[in-house]
Design a protein around this ligand. Structure first.
Ligand SMILES: [Zn+2]
Length: 398
């Protein structure tokens, strides 16, 4: 559950707000009752707000907290053997999910919550303040409903903003496809009641077809679940167009998106979530950011944290890949990881530091946001703040 507090961050070397030009340092930001109350030059901090706990940024750059709109952070077990096999030359087609489903099904609720909480703790240490968490390693409807409940409990346990998503992942082996789609459609109202905000469908080769995904997204919408779509990752299917047609908030991966799909997404206001760590491990293409940008699609970046293709809890690592490989500029990269994530989750108040918005920010271990991208593998984050409360890193003074 996101905390609510008061904090005065002083002596920032620079503050990137995503609301106009960066504020040059030394600069300060005040958070009151969890929301941004003042941003400006350090020397002009109003005396009325100097009674809050203080955090000395010591010349470091301050950004809005990272908004990671795509993770599968709730699982048990390891996929190390699959990883090794892939390095030995086998191609990934989604076949390894069964081992994670078996381990997740065998784990107790407390074991799953503990594993996920550790992962979200690492995300917080790397600057993430909002994270979307999908189910998807239960597969059968009752197991997926259990995982929705666990994501909801996880959200209550960790000091981050958590967006719970029901994921229609793949059809279990030996199960009739149409019966499974119908059972998942019937699950939607229960998932919404259990705390899911979103329905995501894995629409690709080896997963659900465009037609199946369409019927699932319609059932989700009828139950009040917003739509998201794993689209055009392993093959071109036309899923980007489906995301536009069904009013999804985002289409994600998109390595094989074409110009028509990108234009449809832009016209429908569907954000494009790029997941460079997954692209790296699946040997996908890197041209999608250009196609999406040329079409005018809002870009977001995430970790796709999952045990099979992207075991990554670090948005900074994803950004360090994204900038050179996807051909993004520094401002585009930073915006995609902050305000872009907010757009992908239809939470426009996230990822933008302005008055009355949530006081979620990250004090970098760097003087400038370009250093975050250029300094490969270095510790990236000094302090992560959610709702005006440090949740990772340095403590306040005062
Ligand atoms: Zn995914």
């Amino acid at each position: 559950m996101p905390p609510v507090g008061d904090l005065l961050v002083r002596r920032a070397g620079r503050i990137v707000t995503n609301n106009g030009d960066p504020v040059p340092g030394p600069a300060a930001v005040s958070i009151r009752n969890g929301v941004v109350a003042w941003i400006g030059p350090d020397e002009r901090v109003p005396w009325t707000i100097t009674d809050a706990p203080e955090l000395d940024a010591d010349g470091a750059c301050v950004l809005p907290g990272f908004v990671d709109p795509h993770t599968h952070a709730l699982w048990a077990g390891s996929r190390r053997e699959e990883y090794a096999a892939r390095l030995a030359g086998e191609s990934y087609t989604g076949g390894g999910i069964a081992s994670t489903v078996a381990a997740t099904t065998a784990a107790t609720d407390d074991e799953l919550l503990d594993l996920a909480a550790v992962r979200l703790g690492r995300m917080a240490a790397n600057g993430t303040t909002t994270v979307e968490v999908k189910t998807g390693y239960g597969l059968d409807p009752s197991a997926e409903l259990r995982l929705v409940g666990l994501v909801r409990r996880l959200a209550d346990r960790v000091p981050l903003r958590v967006e719970p998503t029901l994921l229609a992942h793949v059809v279990p082996a030996g199960v009739d496809r149409s019966a499974h789609v119908a059972a998942l459609a019937g699950l939607m109202p229960l998932a919404a009641a259990a705390g899911a905000r979103w329905l995501d469908v894995f629409c690709d080769r080896g997963a659900f077809t465009v037609e199946e995904a369409r019927s699932l997204l319609r059932a989700g919408a009828a139950a009040g679940l917003g739509g998201r779509l794993h689209a055009e990752q392993l093959s071109h299917t036309g899923a980007a167009g489906l995301a536009a047609e069904t009013g999804c908030a985002s289409a994600d991966h998109l390595e094989h998106v074409d110009e028509a799909g990108a234009k449809a997404m832009a016209a429908a206001g569907v954000a494009g979530v790029l997941l460079p760590t997954a692209t790296l491990s699946t040997h996908g293409g890197w041209d999608n950011a250009r196609v999406l940008r040329d079409a005018g699609v809002t870009l977001a970046l995430g970790t796709d944290c999952n045990p099979g293709t992207s075991w990554c809890e670090s948005v900074p690592y994803a950004l360090q890949l994204a900038a050179p490989l996807l051909g993004l500029t520094v401002p585009e990269t930073i915006r995609a990881a902050t305000a872009g994530g907010g757009a992908a989750l239809r939470r426009p108040e996230l990822g933008v530091l302005r008055l009355t918005h949530p006081g979620d920010l990250v004090v970098l271990a760097a003087e400038h946001e370009a250093d975050l991208l250029a300094h490969l593998g270095a510790p990236a984050v000094r302090t992560t703040i959610v709702g005006g409360v440090p949740v990772s890193g340095a403590r306040t003074i005062h």
